[in-house]
Design a protein around this ligand. Structure first.
Ligand code: SF4
Ligand code: SF4
Length: 148
């Protein structure tokens, strides 16, 4: 994650290298968090994801490593000039993040097999994946009625 960003500079006439790349970036890797998910398989598991993505700025994606929840939320330690405010004590995950092939090169939504930004997108995917997707609510309510 962000290394030692001084300012976001003009990209014209400059050779971008791993050493200077972060200087030209608006700290894209500090603007969100991800959480790996157990691979969803059942309709109920997809229904839970649908609830999660219904919340503002929550996205879902799948890449070669699996499924992830992504929350677009800027790190509280990011300074207005895009430098890390806790650079010397930043978390390990920030230290592990390489800028070799990062969000500066490929936006995260372009490097995934699947990327969903909205409830509607994810609902449409679930409808295609499960033929009985729309019937799940009816079934749930019928089963609940039986228990009363
Ligand atoms: S997204 Fe890449 S270039 Fe930008 S600050 Fe993070 S590691 Fe550096
Ligand atoms: S702790 Fe620093 S490097 Fe890590 S996400 Fe926050 S601002 Fe970025």
């Amino acid at each position: 994650m962000t290394v030692n960003i001084i300012e976001t500079k003009d990209l014209s006439d400059v050779e971008i290298t791993p050493e200077n790349k972060c200087d030209f970036c608006s700290a894209k890797c500090c603007q969100y968090i991800t959480q790996e998910l157990d691979t969803p398989r059942s309709m109920h598991e997809f229904d839970i994801l649908l609830w999660q993505i219904a919340h503002e700025d929550v996205h879902i994606f799948k890449d070669g490593n699996g499924w992830y929840l992504l929350a677009m939320t800027k790190c509280s330690q990011l300074l207005p000039d895009n430098r890390c405010g806790i650079y010397e004590t930043r978390p390990l995950i920030c230290r592990e993040h390489s800028n070799n092939a990062c969000e500066f090169d490929v936006p995260i939504d372009e490097g995934c097999d699947l990327y969903f930004q909205t409830y509607e997108e994810f609902d449409a995917y679930c409808r295609k994946r499960f033929k009985t997707w729309d019937k799940r609510i009816e079934k749930f309510e019928a089963e609940r009625a039986k228990q009363k």
